[in-house]
Design a binder for this molecule. Structure first.
Ligand code: PLP
Ligand code: TYF
Length: 394
């Protein structure tokens, strides 16, 4: 009977929404779920998306099925964004549209069972909460590797490299392409080189989750990780998302890109993705991908989108710097936050401190003390910093 079903464990990030809604303080600040907010605290539709949606409404003549691979123009534009049009990696890769980065991750994990049967998936600690659920659902065996030290605010780079020495050619290494969630700490160029060398030696397959392209330093800069891996290694799998950089969250726009040794190998891999996608969702939702394809194909709209993306990135980096500045006198040195990128900052606060922040200061973040920096603005950042400083000893 359904009545016998025990309540499932709630998602610790999504569960925050209700706590925030129930907080009646006019000063409450939401640093919970990872959505970009503007200076006014809104999550607006981008102007370029609105323009493309108007175009789509005017010109779309049919909603007949496309295919399990989705929109071809979108898939090609995705490869161009990842690698640069006409590059070697562009030529020897194939993309399948998926419902969000999450869909791309799940499709990619199903593909791992085909491409690396019996292999283990090495996952960073910490990582995005959904990675574990997705890997379990796809039946993948998980091995955790050390990535980030919450106590010091630094990468655990040497320990990570030591753990990666255990990789074999059957295994898979899950990496965050930029703006690591939840820490915001990414390897530098030297670090990526060392990771690529380890993968080269072991023959393990890199599986890159790229959900924040353009949110760290820029579109080209943030693609460095996937470009380097594709250049150095025969095979790479990339799950990318347009939820953040196009603010298309609910429209579910993502892509799975397979880089093979050559185009023929990638075609073979692509053929395997089709039945896997059919068993998951048959065809991906079209609207958001059609919008992204139109924006990226139209020179003027593409330039406008790059400006809108730069505005989001600049605001995040500006409020991050302001947070660090206002935390300068805190009992703990928070300077490390200034070296990290993207929407998230892992503050290293105790669960007690997080609860006090929520109950007494009306500042909401995950129980792990991950703060969405994009929830800050010039009007609230000093108050939030003061509140964080006041609970740093708890
Ligand atoms: N990967 C990471 C690291 C994320 O933070 C997210 C968050 O939204 C996703 C993947 C998936 O994004 P979506 O499925 O909303 O496109
Ligand atoms: O980490 C975040 O906040 C975003 C959004 O189950 C998100 O990636 C969080 C949890 C989830 C789905 C999306």
């Amino acid at each position: 009977m359904f009545s016998d079903l025990a309540a499932p464990k709630a998602d610790p990030i999504l569960g925050l929404t209700k706590l925030f809604a129930d907080d009646t303080s006019p000063d409450k600040v939401d640093l919970g779920i990872g959505v970009y907010k503007d200076e006014a605290g809104e999550v607006p539709v981008l102007a370029t998306v609105k323009a493309a949606e108007r175009w789509l409404a005017e010109t779309q003549t049919s909603k007949r099925y496309l295919s399990s691979a989705g929109n071809d123009a979108f898939n090609s534009a995705t490869r161009a964004l990842l690698f640069g049009a006409g590059t070697d990696a562009f030529t020897r890769s194939r993309t399948v549209q998926a419902p969000g980065g999450t869909g791309a991750l799940r499709l990619g994990m199903d593909f791992l069972r085909v491409a690396r049967p019996g292999g283990r998936v090495f996952v960073p600690t910490p990582t995005w909460t959904n990675h574990g659920h997705l890997l379990a659902a796809a039946g993948c065996e998980i091995v955790h590797y050390p990535y980030y030290d919450v106590a010091t605010g630094n990468l655990r780079f040497d320990e990570m490299m030591e753990a990666l020495r255990g990789l074999t050619e059957k295994d898979v290494l899950l990496l965050h392409g930029c703006c690591h969630n939840p820490s915001g700490a990414d390897p530098d160029a030297e670090g990526w080189k060392a990771i690529a060398e380890t993968l080269e030696r072991s023959g393990a397959l890199p599986f890159v989750d790229l959900a924040y392209l353009g949110f760290a330093e820029g579109l080209e800069e943030d693609a460095h990780s996937v470009r380097l891996l594709a250049q150095r290694l025969p095979e790479v799998v990339i799950a990318s998302s347009y939820s953040k950089n196009f603010a298309l969250y609910r429209d579910r726009v993502g892509a799975l890109t397979i880089v093979g040794t050559n185009a023929a190998d990638s075609d073979r891999a692509h053929a395997h993705l089709m039945p896997l996608a059919r068993a998951l969702w048959s065809m991906p939702p079209d609207h958001g991908a059609a919008v992204v394809a139109h924006v990226l194909q139209d020179k003027a709209l593409a330039a406008d989108w790059r400006r809108e993306l730069a505005e989001m990135r600049t605001r995040i980096n500006t409020v991050r710097a302001a947070l660090v500045k206002h935390l300068a006198g805190a009992p703990r040195d928070y300077a490390f936050l200034g070296h990290q990128r993207g929407m998230f900052a892992l503050l290293g606060l105790s669960p007690d401190a997080v609860r006090t922040l929520r109950e007494e200061h009306h500042v909401h973040m995950t129980g792990t003390s991950r703060a969405n920096v994009a929830g800050l603005n010039m009007a609230n950042v000093e108050r939030v910093a003061t509140a964080i400083a006041s609970v740093s000893d708890l």
